[in-house]
Design a protein around this ligand. Structure first.
Ligand code: 5GP
Ligand code: MN
Length: 338
């Protein structure tokens, strides 16, 4: 954040505000962690602050401190709308385009308030009054830590805020192993532990919550995997029928896409998941090295994200989608096999 923005934010927050904080649709650990962490901080500063999630999120995030105060825009619609109407300041966290908030999009587009964006995805759009965007950052949670530091309030990070920020950094870095994990990330993490985050317990609460049906679904995903060595690519499909058969719950497929990248020589991994209710195929893209899945998802699948992790969607059937995908690979052969 530059000095001008810091001054602007300090001035906005110098008097009590009515604040709403919003993560992207289908929020992940970084989205929920950053929102709850910032929410705890703003409340400690005397503001009236509420997190409104566009829709539901996985059970393995529902233990996080302050979780019970989150409003679900789909389920608690009138309460959420009322809260938004009263808000003078809107923080948007872990996304950078209003198309990422589902049904909240039209509400936010019409909303007159001071918008503050904190985000680490590629190509931010310009809807906010203050845009704190840095694509080199490991996570939005690391940026919320920086944000609090910019305001010279680092000592306000208590055990609950530390727990939320730790969780988001952990999930967005694949437990501190992705390329965006810097020495600074580790220093922030160390400080969060010093401030009360129980690291081992957090790992267990997020990752050691498998159900038998989820592990069986993973088995189906792995046996469906198609490996295309000629394109250094591996992809997985999961149909609605397969999901239903394994009692699919939100979040159950989290991390499945990464298995493709553990194969020697594979640098591009994809998962196609059918969602009959929305009539789409939700796609996750992951890569190792210089192949930008953000560009790929943006260009061909109405999505985006980061260089090495992105998402998108298709309106065609799963069969047609994978057919289109494999055809596309031919034109990326040089990049994929260099
Ligand atoms: P995931 O594959 O885990 O859903 O998402 C990977 C990354 O891409 C995340 O940072 C997520 O926020 C982003 N992402 C996922 N889906 C979309 C999408 O449809 N559009 C954009 N712009 N980003 C997405
Ligand atoms: Mn993130």
């Amino acid at each position: 954040m530059n000095l001008e923005d810091i001054t602007t934010v300090k001035s906005i927050l110098s008097k009590p505000q009515k604040i709403v904080i919003i993560p992207h649709k289908n929020p992940d650990g970084d989205a929920i962690g950053s929102c709850l962490g910032l929410n705890g901080f703003l409340i400690s500063q005397g503001h009236d602050s509420t997190v409104i999630a566009p829709n539901d999120y996985p059970k393995f995030l529902k233990w996080m401190p302050g979780n019970e105060s989150i409003l679900n825009f789909e389920k608690e619609n009138s309460q959420s709308k009322k809260c938004l109407e009263e808000a003078t300041v809107v923080f948007t966290l872990d996304f950078n385009d209003l198309s990422r908030v589902g049904q909240l999009e039209s509400v936010l587009k019409e909303k007159e308030a001071t918008f503050i964006m904190i985000d680490h995805h590629q190509q931010p759009s310009g809807y906010a009054t203050v845009t704190y965007s840095d694509v080199r950052m490991s996570s939005t949670c690391e940026m919320v830590y920086n944000f609090i530091e910019y305001l010279s309030e680092i000592d306000k990070i208590d055990e609950e805020i530390a727990t939320n920020l730790y969780t988001g950094i952990m999930t967005d870095t694949g437990s501190f192993k992705y390329r965006s994990t810097s020495s600074r990330t580790h220093r922030v993490i160390a400080d969060l532990i010093d401030r009360g985050a129980h690291n081992m317990e957090i790992h267990q609460r997020v990752y050691d919550t498998n159900s038998p049906s989820r592990l069986h679904l993973l088995g189906v995903a792995l046996s469906n995997m198609v490996i295309l060595p000629e394109y250094s690519t591996a992809y997985i499909t999961l149909s609605q029928e397969e999901l239903d058969k394994h009692d699919f719950k939100k979040g159950d497929t989290e991390g499945f896409v990464n298995y493709g990248l553990t194969l020697e020589g594979i640098i591009f991994a994809v998962i196609f998941i059918e969602n009959k209710e929305e009539g789409i195929i939700k796609i996750s893209f992951r890569s190792i090295g210089d192949f930008s899945v953000n560009e790929f998802a943006r260009k061909h699948f109405n999505g985006g994200g980061h260089d090495n992790a992105a998402g998108g969607r298709s309106d065609m059937s799963i069969k047609e989608t994978t057919k289109q995908f494999v055809t596309l690979l031919e034109s990326y052969k040089n990049q994929l096999c260099s």
